[in-house]
Design a protein around this ligand. Structure first.
Ligand SMILES: [Zn+2]
Length: 423
């Protein structure tokens, strides 16, 4: 190529250095289309893409001259999936403990790994991801997002939370000589002024979301207890919302959830300790829940669980709270806390949601249009609808029959560009 261009420069007119123009439009021809909204696979539908947008969807679409067809036999085309709770700067804890990742891994190593993780995520059909904290890797997610947006490295569209915010002394790594300052996995605050300052600092540094921890273990081995006060959470939410940033709150206890709901947050992560009253309040306020079933599943396996029933208490509690939330009408996010387990295995959460009682169609809506709405992206993406970004994935078979079909990715398209195509 370089030689051709050189020749062209030397002998104008002999070789055209301008590559042939991309076709103006692409026509995807799968077996059927799942639009992310109505829960059905529509046999015989096609999708017409021009530039980075979907321009038409339906049967027998008229196409402009020069449209390039892409045959995708035996597949279902659906919106690119959206991971609502990930940590691209973490890798599975059975490879390296969380403490050691935060304390011993150089930032460049963690960033290089995050680049590989972003690629694996995209190739698995996840074209967007909300990354809920770098866990000690500072603002590196902002740079990774920019590198993806500039086309330097492949990856999903990112919404990032940068450092995340915790109550002073409540997070980790912990358990060291008390007189030694240990770098923490998030920014520590105490009091309303400090939390507002942290929110503003993180937003100035590039945070699209503000992530707070409403509860945690104060000492190793203890049960979780509420950490940030209602006043602190309220002040953080006000500062974030003033800046147009939604707030995600880690809350595993009933009290942590209660405080987060009272403060008017946007999503609650984990929610293990939710009660019928708490979930009713979430449903009334339209606060979405990310159950992260895959996280408790993975950490239980790292502790020796072989997957047989009865599952360990942590797994059963998580399933029960997910079912209770679903029954109460809480908006459900699809987010697995990926990073605790391997990136690219994001579909694990979807399989566990089905195993816990949600229909595959509802899980698929949750992972596409549902997540787009709860993550405030639905004006841009999340459905196979004209005008939205052409973020599309073709999977073998019908995922509304068997959710495992989403593991069999045949094509990933992000913004109208094919990122991967497997036969
Ligand atoms: Zn997380």
């Amino acid at each position: 190529m370089r030689w051709l261009m050189m020749m062209a420069a030397l002998m104008p007119g002999l070789v055209d250095p301008v590559p042939a123009a991309e076709p103006a439009s692409l026509l995807l021809k799968p077996a059927g289309v799942f639009d992310g909204v109505d829960g059905k696979v529509h046999p015989g539908w096609q999708v017409l893409v021009t530039g980075d947008r979907i321009v038409a969807v339906g049967p027998d679409l008229p196409t402009p001259a020069g449209t390039m067809p892409i045959d995708l036999p035996g597949t279902t085309v659906m919106p690119g999936m959206i991971e609502a709770h990930g940590h691209l700067f973490l890798h599975p804890y059975n490879e390296t403990s969380w403490d050691d990742q935060v304390l011993h891994e150089p930032l460049a190593l963690r960033t290089a790994r995050a680049v590989a993780n972003a690629k694996a995520t995209l190739l698995a059909g996840f074209t967007s991801e909300r990354d809920l904290g770098t866990e000690g890797a500072g603002f590196a997610d902002v740079g990774l997002k920019a590198a993806i947006d500039q086309g330097i490295v492949p990856g999903p569209r990112l919404s990032v939370a940068t450092r995340a915010i915790v109550a002073l002394g409540a997070y980790g790594p912990k358990g060291f000589e008390p007189g030694v300052a240990i770098p923490q996995g998030a920014e520590e605050v105490s009091g309303v002024d400090q939390i507002v300052a942290a929110v503003r600092r993180q937003i100035a540094g590039g945070a699209d979301w503000v992530k707070l921890y409403a509860d945690y273990r104060w000492r190793p081995g203890e049960d979780c207890r509420a950490t940030l006060s209602v006043e602190e959470i309220k002040a953080a939410v006000a500062a974030a919302h003033d800046a147009g940033r939604p707030v995600a709150v880690h809350a595993a206890t009933a009290e942590g959830m209660r405080r987060a709901i009272a403060a008017g947050v946007d999503t609650i992560e984990h929610g293990y300790g939710g009660t019928p009253e708490i979930f009713a309040a979430m449903a009334a306020k339209r606060i979405a829940l990310c159950s992260t079933l895959a996280a408790s599943d993975a950490t239980s396996r790292y502790r020796g669980w072989n997957g047989s029933e009865p599952a360990p208490p942590a797994v059963q509690t998580n399933r029960a709270s997910f079912r209770m939330a679903m029954k109460t009408g809480v908006p459900i996010c699809m987010g697995g806390d990926v990073g605790v387990f391997a990136h690219g295995q994001n579909a694990r959460e979807m399989e566990l949601m089905v195993a816990a009682g949600m229909t595959p169609a509802d899980v698929l809506i949750g992972a596409t249009w549902g997540n787009a709405r709860w993550l405030h992206l639905s004006d841009k993406l999340g459905a196979v609808r004209p005008g939205l970004f052409a973020d599309l994935v073709a999977v073998a078979g019908d995922p509304t029959n068997d959710i495992r079909a989403v593991r069999h990715v045949r094509m990933v398209m992000k913004g109208g560009s094919v990122s991967v195509r497997n036969s």
